[in-house]
Design a protein around this ligand. Structure first.
Ligand code: PLP
Length: 400
C-alpha cells in the first residue's frame, strides 16, 4: 500500500518547511541512499576493480551489485548492458561520439527535446556533413506518428527522442517511434531523464538501442546516471574515454578493451554515487513503480487542473491527465516567470523552477516565450496538500 506519510519519513530534508516542487530539476534523496553512500566512506572506502585487499573487494562487490540493481530497474537483460555515467548528458554524448556517421546521413530528433538531446546531435551532424531533422509536436507535445514516418528514411542513422518532456510533462510513445526507426535500420536513443524516475521502464519492451538517464532525478546522488546499451550495440559502441579500468590487455603497441560495462567507465568512477544509485533503484522497487506512477498521476491531475482554473494563469502541456506526468509549466499573466518563482520561494516557501528549462527550441518554436515558464514538478513524497498550497500561492500572486 502506497503511504506518502511513511515515505516522507525517509526524507529528513522535508522537515525544513519547504514545499519542494522542483523534482524535474533534481529529486531529494532518502536516508537509505545517504546511509548507503556513507557506509562506503566509513566502512570500506577503496578503489574498485583494482585491489585484492578486503576494502577493495567489498567496494568492487557493492559497485557491481549497483549495476545489477540499475539493470533490473530498467528491465535490462544484464548488468553488462548498463554503463554508469555522470548523468543523462554524458550518456547522450557517448552515443553521439560513437556514431561513425557518413556524409549525407540523417539524424532525427524532436522540437520538445532538452538541449542535451538536441545540440549534441547538431554538433555531431555538422562535424560529419550530416543533417538533423526535427519532428514537431502540437503545443501539448503530441506527435503525429505520420510525421516520423515521413522524416525517417533509409539514410537515417539515429532517432533521438525523450520519453517525457521536461517542460510540458507529456509522455511520448517512444515504442512506436522506435518501431518506425527500426523499419529503416536506424538506431534509437531514448532520453530517459524524466521518464525513468516516474514511469515503469522496460528497455526490452520499448525496443530502444540506448537509454540515458540521471540518478539525481530518481532519488540517487548527484554525479550518478546510466546508459543502457542493447546487446546488439554493446560491442559496436565506442567508449567516450579510455584509460585505467577499461582494458583487458595492453602491449607496447596495442590494447584490448575490457568487457562491457567496464570499457565505458574510464578512470576511477564515482564509486559512492554509483552505489547510492543502486540503492535508489532498490528504494523505488520497494515502493513499486506502479504505485509511484499512480501517485504521480493523482498529483499531476490536480496540479494541472487546479492551475488551469486560476484566472490569468496559462498552463502548457496536455489537458488529458493520462497524457502527462507531474511536470506542469505555467505562466501568471504577464509576470516574469523568475519573479513568480522568487515570490513562491520568499513568500510561500515553495521551490519551483523558472526559465527556459534548457529547451529553447520548444520555447521558441511552439510558444514564443523568451522568458520561459514557471515549472512545478512532483515526486512520490509530495502530498495533495502541497499541491493545494502551490495553487493557493499562485492564485494569490495572480491577484497581485
Ligand atoms: C529531458 C531531459 N533530458 C536531459 C536532461 C539532462 O540531465 P542531466 O543534467 O542530469 O544530464 C534533463 C535535465 O533536466 C532533462 O530534463
Amino acid at each position: 500500500m502506497f503511504d506518502v506519510d511513511l515515505i516522507r519519513r525517509d526524507f529528513p530534508i522535508l522537515r525544513k518547511g519547504v514545499t519542494y516542487l522542483d523534482n524535474a530539476a533534481s529529486s531529494l534523496t532518502p536516508e537509505q541512499v545517504v546511509l548507503k553512500e556513507m557506509e562506503f566512506y566509513r566502512e570500506y572506502r577503496a578503489n574498485v576493480e583494482r585491489g585484492v585487499h578486503r576494502f577493495s573487494q567489498r567496494a568492487s562487490e557493492e559497485y557491481e551489485a549497483a549495476h545489477e540493481h540499475v539493470a533490473d530497474f530498467i528491465g535490462a537483460p544484464s548488468a553488462e548492458n548498463v554503463a554508469m555515467m555522470r548523468n543523462t548528458t554524458e550518456g547522450l554524448n557517448l552515443v553521439a561520439n560513437s556514431l561513425d556517421l557518413r556524409k549525407g546521413e540523417k539524424i532525427v530528433t524532436t522540437v520538445i527535446e532538452h538541449h542535451s538531446n538536441f545540440i549534441t546531435w547538431l554538433r555531431v551532424a555538422r562535424k560529419h556533413g550530416c543533417t538533423v531533422e526535427v519532428v514537431r509536436s502540437d503545443v501539448e507535445g503530441k506527435f503525429d506518428m505520420g510525421d516520423f514516418e515521413k522524416v525517417v528514411d533509409d539514410s537515417t542513422r539515429l532517432v533521438a527522442v525523450t520519453r517525457v518532456s521536461n517542460v510540458l510533462g507529456c509522455i511520448v510513445p517512444v515504442k512506436e517511434v522506435a518501431a518506425i526507426a527500426h523499419e529503416h535500420g536506424a538506431l534509437v536513443v531514448e532520453d530517459g531523464a524524466q521518464g525513468v524516475p516516474h514511469l515503469r521502464t522496460d528497455v526490452l519492451d520499448s525496443g530502444v538501442d540506448f537509454l540515458a538517464f540521471s540518478g539525481h532525478k530518481m532519488l540517487g546522488p548527484t554525479g550518478s546516471g546510466g546508459l543502457y546499451i542493447s546487446k546488439e550495440e554493446l560491442y559496436q559502441t565506442a567508449p567516450l574515454c579510455i584509460g585505467g579500468g577499461t582494458i583487458a590487455d595492453v602491449s607496447i603497441d596495442d590494447y584490448e578493451l575490457a568487457a562491457p560495462p567496464l570499457r565505458f567507465e574510464a578512470g576511477t568512477p564515482a564509486i559512492a554515487q554509483v552505489i547510492g544509485l543502486g540503492e535508489a533503484c532498490r528504494y523505488l522497487e520497494r515502493v513499486g513503480m506502479e504505485a509511484v506512477e499512480g501517485w504521480d498521476a493523482k498529483l499531476a491531475k490536480r496540479l494541472a487542473e487546479g492551475l488551469n482554473e486560476i484566472e490569468d494563469v496559462e498552463v502548457y502541456g496536455p489537458i488529458d491527465p493520462k497524457a502527462r506526468i507531474g511536470i506542469v509549466s505555467f505562466n501568471v499573466g504577464d509576470l516574469n516567470p523568475h519573479d513568480v518563482a522568487l515570490s513562491l520561494d520568499a513568500d510561500y516557501d515553495i521551490a519551483v523552477r523558472s526559465g527556459h528549462h534548457c529547451a529553447l527550441p520548444l520555447m521558441k518554436e511552439l510558444f514564443s516565450l523568451p522568458e520561459g515558464t514557471v515549472r512545478a514538478s512532483t515526486y512520490l513524497y509530495n502530498t495533495v496538500d502541497e499541491v493545494e498550497r502551490l495553487l493557493g500561492a499562485v492564485e494569490d500572486i495572480s491577484r497581485g
